[in-house]
Design a binder for this molecule. Structure first.
Ligand code: FMN
Length: 260
């Protein structure tokens, strides 16, 4: 999955072609093997082969950004518990990177589909709610290694002291997708621990983006963990008692082990 981080982009133009049955089988296997951030949060991954069902729900939306039309979609539902959005981001991005490996294009779509409409098009488990979509299909342009991404520099997302050998982990985080490319993740590094926060510019951006930004953090965490493991480190998630402020919220700490 580490290599796929460089090849993944948000794909918004798809070939007018269905994904093959063999690839659908691969996708089911991928979904079965994904490790959640928190296994105690019940959630469901629903593969919608008939993308039209979702496209029909886009009619009322005002923004063009929220209407990514694709042959197929994956929809996530979840119980509402602490960190459920981070959990969905963490799971979904592993699916995205595995689909990238298969040459399949993806795009997270944060469309606010009405709960009642969503329940009419698919089976939602009891006590779970619709969270977000991932559009997918064969991309119009083959996925290639993406060299230049519009991203914040390390100095804008990183504070504290980081060992040089851990910098590639932060580089992988920077390549992660985020809602309207907001890149809300902030990392404070001391010794071998990374404290991860969400930061909002102001109350307005917090109000507009809060839900999607929690998903972004889960996505970012998956990139951190994939990179750390690829570099040969073990990782441990720790919940510390760190105060949040109005526009900066502490999420989780990652301890990177066996660093020299
Ligand atoms: C939670 C989330 C929601 C997103 N929602 C949309 C969306 O509704 N429409 C869209 O075109 N892109 C959406 N995106 C894709 C972002 O715009 C994209 O990740 C960002 O601009 C960075 O570009 P890249 O993914 O190509 O690296 C979303 C991404 C995330 C993580």
């Amino acid at each position: 999955m580490y290599r796929a981080i460089d090849y993944r982009i948000s794909t918004r133009k798809y070939k007018d072609q269905k994904v093959s049955n063999e690839h659908f089988k691969n996708i089911q296997d991928i979904i079965k093997d994904i490790k959640p951030l928190n296994k105690d949060i019940l959630m469901d991954t629903i593969v919608l082969r008939d993308g039209e069902k979702i496209i029909n729900t886009f009619k009322g939306f005002t923004s063009k950004y929220a209407k990514v039309t694709a042959p197929h979609y994956i929809a996530f539902t979840s119980k509402i518990k602490d960190n459920y959005l981070e959990n969905i981001g963490y799971i979904g991005e592993q699916i995205v990177l595995n689909l990238t490996k298969l040459g399949i294009g993806t795009c997270w779509v944060g469309s606010p589909i009405d709960e009642k409409t969503f329940r009419q098009i698919t089976d939602v488990k009891k006590d779970q709610k619709y969270i977000i979509l991932i559009a997918f299909g064969y991309p119009e342009r083959k996925l290639e290694k993406k060299e230049n991404r519009k991203r914040k520099e390390n100095k804008n997302i990183l504070s504290g002291n980081i060992k040089n050998e851990l910098i590639p982990i932060i580089d992988s985080l920077r390549k992660a997708p985020s809602a309207i490319n907001s890149q809300p993740w902030r990392v404070h590094c001391s010794e071998n621990t990374l404290n991860v926060y969400i930061e909002w510019k102001n109350i307005l951006t917090k109000k507009l983006l809060e839900k999607n930004n929690h998903i972004d953090i889960g996505i970012g965490l998956s990139h951190i963990i994939i990179a750390a493991r690829q570099l040969g480190y073990d990782v441990e998630f720790i919940n510390k008692d760190i105060q949040s402020s109005k526009n900066k919220k502490y999420i989780i700490t990652i301890k990177i082990k066996n660093v020299d």
